[in-house]
Design a protein around this ligand. Structure first.
Ligand SMILES: Cc1ncc(COP(=O)(O)O)c(C=O)c1O
Length: 403
């Protein structure tokens, strides 16, 4: 069989033009290194957009996936399946919450949460208690409900009309929060650490006030931990250090160890909201993805990867602060575990291209933020390799006088 050339020309011919793919075709990975079809090894500081928490080729993950694949790839939620039960139990233990719903992607977890929130709010007999709020600069996904909660125009423009009864609170602005929430509010969606928005964490004061207002107006706090969760920030849930006490939590990205899987975890308050047929999905909670999820969480715990995220994250931060003192291009470093943003005073995609030339994969978000989301397994030497490369790029730019 003649294989298609995996080139940018073929990509343009085959696909809708909605992805700005890097000009390399990747075939496999080893640890934190991603390998292209010509054998070039790239240090991967993106990890499949925050998915590959264990890097590439973790034997436990491969074993869990192949064992479950040989037994049962899919049966649907018409049946009970051991891997789903095990993973749900683990998530309840870790969160201290009451019920789990599995879907396939982050945006689906958000959709399910919007539905749960509105149905829950309907119980109280308050007219129009349907409003779902989110924070400016946030990202919750690209399906209609999730997109309606998403801040940036580039994700929304042209797709209107959006879901009614949605609105936005200015990030970390307590007076705006006080002005926006009311009896009509069903839920407030938060990313404790905003990822697409450029790695910004909600303040403790904002969370505290949000909880007080929840008490006053009876709405749900929904933590979108799709990017920041599963250990990336140094705790399994990013909201734990701020004691956000959400009523619903959304997880995805690393949850299925690289296979499509997301979860909504809910408190006792919402445990009885959904009834048969209210919500569902054919694939959600697929047994192979759940087996991978169990292996992934076990590995995070067994290998102390949350500690690694904290200590390597701290190390990267210290080293980046030194770079910031040396290179005026760098305006600010923000770091929560292994979720790192470097604000620069030009378009960050320039650095994505330069790093690629030096076989380091970084990502640009929020126009002028270089985002690092490496596997949680990254070592100090590998982290240093990334820092040294960035240092070289900034130095070369200065030497060449590039504006
Ligand atoms: C915080 C957050 N929420 C939701 C999503 C949407 O997830 P998915 O792309 O799996 O639909 C993302 C994806 O980047 C995200 O970072």
């Amino acid at each position: 069989m003649k294989l298609l050339p995996v080139t940018q020309e073929t990509e343009q011919r085959l696909f809708f033009h909605n992805y700005a793919r890097l000009p390399i075709a990747v075939t496999h990975g080893e640890g934190v290194w991603l390998v292209s079809d010509n054998g070039t090894r790239y240090l991967d500081m993106i990890a499949g957009i925050g998915v590959n928490a264990l890097g590439y080729g973790d034997n436990r993950l491969v074993e869990a996936i192949s064992t479950q694949t040989a037994k049962l790839i899919h049966a649907s939620n018409l049946f009970m399946m051991q891997p789903q039960f095990e993973l749900a139990e683990k998530l309840l233990e870790l969160s201290g919450l009451s019920k789990v719903f599995f879907a396939n992607s982050g945006t689906e977890a958000i959709e399910a949460s919007i539905k749960i929130a509105r149905k829950w709010a309907g119980k109280f007999g308050v007219p129009n208690k349907k409003e779902v709020l989110s924070l400016s600069n946030c990202f919750h996904g690209r399906t209609y409900g999730a997109m309606s909660l998403t801040a940036k125009a580039k994700y929304v423009d042209g797709f209107e009309p959006l879901l009614p009864e949605t609105g936005m609170i200015t990030f970390n602005d307590i007076s705006d929060l006080e002005a926006k929430v009311s009896e009509k509010t069903a839920a407030v969606f938060i990313e404790v650490v905003q990822g697409e928005g450029g790695i910004h964490r909600i303040s403790q004061q904002f969370i505290d006030r949000l909880k007080e207002l929840r008490q006053q107006y009876n709405f749900l706090i929904v933590a979108d931990d799709i990017q920041a969760g599963c250990g990336r920030t140094g705790t399994f849930f990013s909201y734990t250090p701020l004691n956000a006490e959400p009523d619903l939590v959304c997880l995805a990205k690393p949850l299925g160890g690289g296979l499509p899987l997301s979860a909504v975890i809910g408190s006792e308050k919402v445990a009885d909201v959904l009834s048969y047929g209210n919500h569902g999905t054919t694939f959600g909670g697929n047994p192979v993805a759940c087996a991978a999820g169990i292996a992934m969480i076990n590995a995070i715990q067994d290998d102390n990867l949350m500690e690694n995220a904290k200590s390597i994250g701290k190390y990267i931060n210290e080293e980046l602060q030194k770079l910031a003192a040396k290179h005026s291009r760098i305006l600010e470093i923000r770091q929560y575990g292994l979720m790192i943003g470097i604000t620069v005073n030009k378009e960050a995609k320039y650095y994505v291209g330069k790093a690629l030339e030096k076989q380091v994969l970084v990502n640009a978000t929020s126009v002028n933020v270089i985002r690092l989301l490496p596997p949680l397994t990254i070592s100090r030497e590998e982290a240093q390799h990334c820092i040294t490369t960035l240092d070289e790029i900034f130095s070369e730019e200065e030497a060449e006088g590039v504006s």
